[in-house]
Design a protein around this ligand. Structure first.
Ligand code: SF4
Length: 460
């Protein structure tokens, strides 16, 4: 009983977060930056921040994550980090030769008030950035937002620094995939290729954080969106922004800068959201959905129907990132399950409104909370008061699942005690099938384990 001291009585808190259901902004910025080919992320702050960001990503993806730091000392904490960053830019290009250095700020450099555009302009003016190389940045103070907003800020930074409109239509469809796994990005690209749709995905961490073992250490793996591709996003026919929190700011910025129309939609997790995604691709690209994709959809629907009796009416507690929770809730409802408790530490009133739409008639019986007080402690209190049938969330849910004897599906970020998430997708029809299999497995394992002997069935 690791969490035995969690009290039953829920008291409203105004200035205390216990076990937050989110992590820090720069982690998202670093993850997004790794989705640019030849990019070295740079953390403008202390060494400790950078170590934390890198180790969190490495623990989740089980891959080395290279990143540099301005390595603030007492002096830079007082007088600012300009000289550290200028020195770092020079060192990074001379030692590691990246195509791009993507700088994100931290709590410390934001509190000091370092002027990033001015420092980057100075680095360019002083010739510290070699010809054909780039330094980009985004602001990620971690006392606001979460890793999701950090991701969104860095993707918006890509648009700000690279997207260009030449006036000649490029013919590709931009896809901003949101915070999803490398496997999900690969799956979305596969579906688009299957449909014959030329596309530019940015960022793209496939072949970066799910790269194969080759026996050679590559500082810059072959994956990632390239600079010419990023430039060409300004000539694309349209942008599909998947996940409002993670992708909408970049899509809006691209529309404002290059007049590329966009549609922001839910992550394509589950049947309905994937249907909407495919219909939007069809609309923008003017294609017919191929038979192979229709067959994938049919297989998902078939399993949903076949296994309905194990899913119907089951109450689910889920926590994680807002874009994922919205789509996942809709999927659970389409399985006739009930998203009973929904918690995200990423703040934003849009989440409440979108969840109310998704929940519909179920809204009165579901508890939804976002922001600083929506934490794992609250989630555990709710669960102690009225137990759901299933818990879905990242690794940090394992203590609650263990203490309350709940079936637990790992989903989201970070997952640091299992593998598979970066290799097998959760998006699209095939991803929906995998997710459904995982949900069914834990529910049916519990049945097999807990039923009285005379009721155990071989065939289920
Ligand atoms: S919360 Fe702030 S101080 Fe802590 S690791 Fe993140 S950026 Fe650094």
């Amino acid at each position: 009983m690791l969490l035995r001291h969690t009290p039953l009585e829920v008291k409203e808190r105004s200035a205390l977060t216990i076990n937050p259901a989110k992590t820090c902004q720069p982690i998202g910025a670093m993850y997004a930056a790794l989705g640019i080919h030849g990019c070295l992320p740079h953390s403008h702050g202390s060494q400790g921040c950078c170590s934390y960001h890198r180790s969190t990503l490495t623990r989740h993806y089980k891959e080395p994550v290279f990143a540099a730091t301005s390595s603030f000392t007492e002096g830079s904490s007082v007088f600012g980090g300009q000289s550290n960053l200028l020195q770092a830019i020079e060192t990074m290009f001379s030692l590691y030769n990246p195509d791009v250095v993507a700088v994100h700020t931290t709590c410390l450099s934001e509190t000091i008030g370092d002027d990033m555009p001015q420092i980057i302009a100075k680095a360019n003016a002083e010739g510290k950035v070699p010809a054909g190389k780039f330094v980009i940045h985004c602001n990620t103070p971690s006392y606001i937002g979460s890793h999701v907003t950090g991701f969104a800020n860095m993707v918006k930074g890509m648009v700000k620094y690279f997207s260009e409109s030449t006036g000649k239509p490029g013919g590709a469809l931009n896809i901003i995939p949101g915070w999803v796994e490398p496997s999900d990005m690969r799956e979305i690209k596969r579906m688009l290729t299957e449909c014959g749709v030329p596309h530019i995905m940015f960022p793209d961490t496939s072949e970066v954080l799910d790269r194969p073992q080759t026996g050679h250490l590559e500082m810059f793996p072959k994956g990632g969106v390239t600079i010419p591709q990023l430039r060409a996003t300004g000539d694309s026919i349209a942008t599909i922004a998947l996940g409002e929190y993670a992708s909408l700011p970049a899509a809006e910025a691209l529309d404002a800068k290059c007049h590329v129309k966009f549609e922001a939609m839910d992550l394509p997790i589950g049947l309905k959201a994937t249907d909407r995604f495919m219909m939007t691709v069809r609309k923008f690209a003017g294609i017919d959905i191929p038979e192979s994709i229709t067959a994938e959809r049919g297989r998902l629907v078939d399993v949903m129907i076949d296994m309905h009796q194990y899913l119907y009416g089951k109450k689910v507690a889920l926590f994680g990132d807002p874009d994922q929770l919205v789509a996942l809730s809709e999927f659970l409802i389409s399985l006739d399950m009930i998203p009973y408790y929904v918690v995200t530490g990423t703040p934003g009133k849009r989440f409440d409104a979108r969840m109310a739409e998704v929940l519909g008639d179920l809204a009165p019986i579901c508890k939804v909370r976002q922001g600083p007080n929506a934490d794992m402690f609250l989630m555990h209190q709710w669960i102690k008061n009225a137990k759901p049938d299933l818990l879905i969330g990242n690794t940090y849910g394992k203590y609650i699942a263990r203490d309350e004897n709940l079936p637990f599906v790992r989903f989201g970020f970070p997952i640091i005690d299992r593998v598979g998430h970066s290799y097998f997708p959760s998006v699209g029809y095939s991803g929906g099938l995998r997710l459904l299999e995982k949900i069914l497995n834990v529910l049916m394992d519990k049945l097999d384990r807990d039923l009285p002997e005379e009721k155990v069935e071989l065939q289920m």
